[in-house]
Design a binder for this molecule. Structure first.
Ligand code: AR6
Length: 172
């Protein structure tokens, strides 16, 4: 199972995968961070489509095409805004990973790339978020046979090192 998870440092918009996950906001109308980068790389057709979707509640996921991205699909999910840890943030972040993975398998995707959801503008503590990301993915892959690879695309050395350390703890 560990061989179906990859930790990679780079830019998610460049990933040659079936689907990339976007850390969006509830409007699905774009924003900064990885959301802005994905919209810029995909082109204006992406916004046209997400406008029609009409938003997404926190913890859920919605699917669009990838347009000018190498990825065929974008799975938009909305992470929780960190508010100290007692506002259901852990459960909502876990739902983002579960619902995104489920949406990917429903599309027939074999390869999915994730950014570190909620750990930028939304302020979720990185190590805690990484544990949730890796545990949820591990649990999902143990029950699913269709996904071949889940790639965690780490933007910068700090995120990359955190994923490597937490993965060592979880997978040995
Ligand atoms: N590839 C991979 N990861 C990236 C990239 C990239 N090109 N660019 C940034 N990251 P954030 P959030 C990393 O703030 O915390 C937006 O405005 C970044 O370094 O993008 O979920 C939305 O519209 C960090 O590790 O997402 C929402 O309003 C991670 O992506 C809000 O920000 C997440 O940081 C969502 O906040």
């Amino acid at each position: 199972m560990r061989e179906r998870i990859e930790i990679f440092e780079g830019d998610i918009t460049k990933q040659q995968v079936d689907a990339i996950v976007n850390a969006a906001n509830t409007s699905l109308l774009g924003g900064g961070g990885v959301d802005g980068a994905i919209h810029r790389a995909a082109g204006p057709e992406l916004l046209e489509e997400t406008r029609k979707i009409g938003g997404c509640p926190t913890g859920e996921a919605r699917v669009s095409k990838g347009y000018r991205l190498p990825a065929k699909w974008v799975i938009h999910t909305v992470g929780p805004v960190w508010a100290g840890g007692n506002r259901n943030e852990d459960q909502l972040l876990a739902s983002c990973y579960r619902n995104s993975l489920k949406a990917g398998t429903e599309l027939g995707a074999k390869t999915i790339a994730f950014p570190s959801i909620s750990t930028g503008a939304y302020g979720f503590p990185l190590e805690r978020a990484t544990e949730i990301a890796l545990r949820e993915t591990k649990n999902f892959l143990e029950a699913d046979k269709s996904l071949e690879k889940v790639i965690f695309v780490c933007f910068g050395q700090k995120v990359f090192n955190t994923y490597k350390e937490v993965a060592k703890r979880i997978f040995g």
